[in-house]
Design a protein around this ligand. Sequence first.
Ligand SMILES: [Zn+2]
Ligand SMILES: [Zn+2]
Length: 336
Amino acid sequence: MKAAIFDAPEQIHIGEWDAPRAKAGEVVVRVKATGICAGDMYIYRGSNPYARYPVIGGHEIAGHVHEVGEGVTGLSAGELVVVEPFIGCGKCYACRAGKPNCCDHLRIIGIHHPGGFAEYVAGPAQNIHKVPAGLSASWASFAEPVAIGVQATRRGDVHEGDTVLILGAGPIGLALIEVAQAKGASVYVTDIAPERLAFAETLGATALLSDDTLLPKVLEITNGEGMPCVIEAAGNAKAMESTVELVANGGRVVIVGLLKKGQAIQIPGLDLTRKEMTIHGSRASATCFPEALALLASGRIHYPEVATEWSMWDAPAVFAEMNAAPAKHHKGVLVI
Ligand SMILES: [Zn+2]
Ligand SMILES: [Zn+2]
């Protein structure tokens, strides 16, 4: 089959790769659209510690069922589906507790297994989700980033009438804004970049510039209480540390952003009890794809409108451009 293959850092070519066959319990999908995620850019740049070259990236995958393996029921050839990329071991504590997203032996389609920048991709049947009627393949490929928003808002118990502050207006921050709003929350967003904030405002969030005035502004907005829910999606140590002062007493903090391995943060220990805050980590997603697809189909998520679509087979030029000018495109999707 034809595939976009990462050969080494900043080297990608369109070439031949053995097409997958559906083993027992597996489904092979003929790819229509695969989103380009920050994780793919890390593989391109050589900074994804799990990628072993040559590798086919792409984990935000939508396409049509091509072949079902032995024992697979409820899916038939031609149906539009998305592929959930995370595969837990099924045995460890996290998997037994229903949290395969934080399995210690997590395997990801598009990193550990060949991904969606190719004509075909294989995955376990339980990772294949039917796309609701009326949703295109390109839009359905957003199920994965939207699912990250669903997971984080579930972790933070975001609900109708809630007030949420999101730190960081990058791609995940934008998905969080829309999912939190869809759940009926008022959303504030903060970032150091005015142009990212201006875009976040077009999605309906209230923008607050992240500078020394952020805490006083938050206290003013909330009558001195602080935010009921603060979600960190900036991947920045200072932003993470600020969550405990921005959150209200009895409030919830959710950490979605990633720091470098081993990097510590400092928070005042007394505040943990004094404020009785709840701090949740949130990693990727578990059981969130059906809700993400339903949200996309409901028309309440607008973020896919900003994506730029390219042909899959232009991937070498597309990755070079997205690497050279990361701010130029909000999001890229490769289509066949
Ligand atoms: Zn992604
Ligand atoms: Zn496991």
